[in-house]
Design a protein around this ligand. Structure first.
Ligand code: TYD
Ligand code: MG
Length: 458
């Protein structure tokens, strides 16, 4: 018998989106990224074994399936984290905690784990990024170290899964997926193949042992690098920790959750002793000193189900450049260009010889269309050098024909504005009609349906 030559299968995998190609291409057909395809070796043997092990359970009527009486939630002891998770961790559920390097993922994870362990749960934290000494130093800053918090420095996936079998923790956390390494795969740690395989194995271990698993994944500014994106479909929940590193506040955002709400946010502030929960975030994004100044407008935004008052500042100044400057921080610059064009057309405002700077205070990012009218009001206020009336907030979506469109959750926005002492609010007229906003606000509401009406208040 001739010896069989074992042939490895080579494929080219996009490190951005995970698209697999048989040959190398300069541009990924999946995501359009340039030079993102890299050669990887498929785990031939491992793959086959995996397939043959798949359970073949007979189909059964859905109504006879036991739902388990609603899944058991394990509270993280951090109210903001629980809110984002939809009540807490779920046994057998796998959560991906993603964010840019240095944003505070390991910190928040450690705080959650310390909270879980302080209630007597056996928690295992495996880090491939930091030494045990570094982990110890960090945890000392975060508070009392509970007895049942175990740490290990390991990157080998098989070693981690056998640790789970041996020590049977109640919660497993692995920091980060980019450091995981499985010997059946030839490519380097951090490649799509390694990340995917590592996460799949840990997920299997978590489901078998019925314990929640938290994975940390790094993303880069541009989006993601061999990690979170390719894992999103695999895991049960994806949380993004976001924020501007030059500011102290952080948002923990759900982008996917099989067990709870998506688009929910938790708000934190980075302090010298870890992340502190902010139950009342509106105060964080408003600078008291600039209210009443031209160009400053307060917008009641909604993140998930929670209202946050955010201050938008605009500066419109004469330009000495051939092409005037348009700079936006915390706001999409093409959306800004669009809103400027709408202003030019439907307001008596011309910006062609003006530099425009737009800033969302506190490092917050505004993505809601409901902020449109606030941005336009800020631009117009700065252009005219007249402040918005004191104690007046603004929200509304602006269409390309200068019409002001209704937005969702108007009541929630108004409640938050009134709670923080606002007495007036410019709102879309359609919201007033649609929702029959209570008399409580009626006197303070300035309904508008055309952009031109803005001129009346200045
Ligand atoms: P870290 O959790 O290590 O980030 P990641 O795991 O996402 O890469 O956090 C890094 C930053 O947080 C670092 O710049 C120091 C800062 N930090 C604080 O400000 N306070 C603290 O208590 C801790 C532990 C970190
Ligand atoms: Mg880290």
């Amino acid at each position: 018998m001739g010896s069989r030559v074992k042939k490895d299968k080579h494929v080219y995998v996009c490190q951005e989106c995970g698209q697999t190609e048989a040959k190398w291409l300069g541009r990924c057909p999946g995501c359009g990224g340039w030079n993102t395809l890299e050669e990887e070796t498929l785990p031939d043997e491992a793959g086959k074994k995996h397939r043959s092990r798949a359970p073949s359970a007979a189909p059964q009527p859905l109504k006879d399936v036991d739902s388990g009486g609603g899944e058991q939630r394990i509270s993280t002891t951090m109210a903001e984290a629980d809110r984002v998770l939809g009540g807490g961790l779920v046994s057998g559920g796998i959560v991906l905690l993603a964010g840019e390097p240095g944003i505070g993922k390991s910190t928040i994870l450690m705080q959650i784990l310390m909270g879980l362990a302080s209630e007597g749960r056996k928690v295992l934290y495996v880090s491939g990024e930091e030494s045990l000494e570094q982990i110890r130093l960090r945890s000392e800053r975060l508070g009392h170290i509970p007895d049942t918090l175990f740490v290990a420095s390991e990157t080998d996936v098989e070693a981690i899964t056998s640790m789970v079998g041996q020590y049977s923790p109640e919660v497993l956390a692995v920091d980060s997926v980019q450091t995981l390494y499985h010997s059946s795969i030839a490519s380097a740690p951090g490649s799509v193949a390694q990340v995917r395989e590592g996460a799949a194995r840990l997920m299997g271990a978590g489901k078998t042992a019925g314990l929640p698993v938290i994975l940390v994944g790094h993303v880069t500014k541009e989006g993601s690098l061999a990690g979170p994106r390719v894992l999103e479909h695999l895991v049960d929940a994806v949380l993004y920790l976001e924020g501007d590193r030059t500011h102290s506040f952080r948002l923990l955002r759900t982008v996917k959750n099989r067990f709870g709400p998506t688009h929910e946010v938790g708000v934190f502030e980075m302090t010298s002793s870890g992340l502190k929960e902010i139950g009342n975030p509106s105060q964080l994004f408003m600078s008291r000193s600039s209210t009443g100044m031209p160009g400053s407008v307060t917008v009641p935004c909604v993140e998930g189900t929670r209202p946050i008052l955010v201050e938008v500042q605009a500066l419109v100044a004469p330009s000495y450049l051939g092409t005037p400057r348009r700079t936006a921080t915390g706001f999409d610059s093409s959306r800004l260009a669009l809103l400027i064009a709408v202003c030019e057309r439907y307001l008596n405002a011309s910006f062609y010889n003006k530099d425009i700077f737009l800033n969302v205070a506190g490092g917050m990012r505004l993505t809601e269309p409901a902020a449109d009218l606030g941005v336009i009001t800020a631009l117009y206020s700065s252009l005219r050098q007249r402040p918005v009336p004191a104690g007046c907030a603004v929200f509304g979506e602006v269409g390309l024909t200068g019409e002001i469109r209704p937005v969702g959750r108007a009541k929630l926005r108004l409640e938050e504005a009134w709670r923080l002492g606002f007495k007036q609010c410019i709102i879309p007229a359609a919201n007033l009609e649609k929702e029959g906003l209570s008399n409580k606000y009626n006197k303070g509401l300035l309904p508008m349906n055309k952009l031109l009406q803005l001129e009346d208040i200045f």
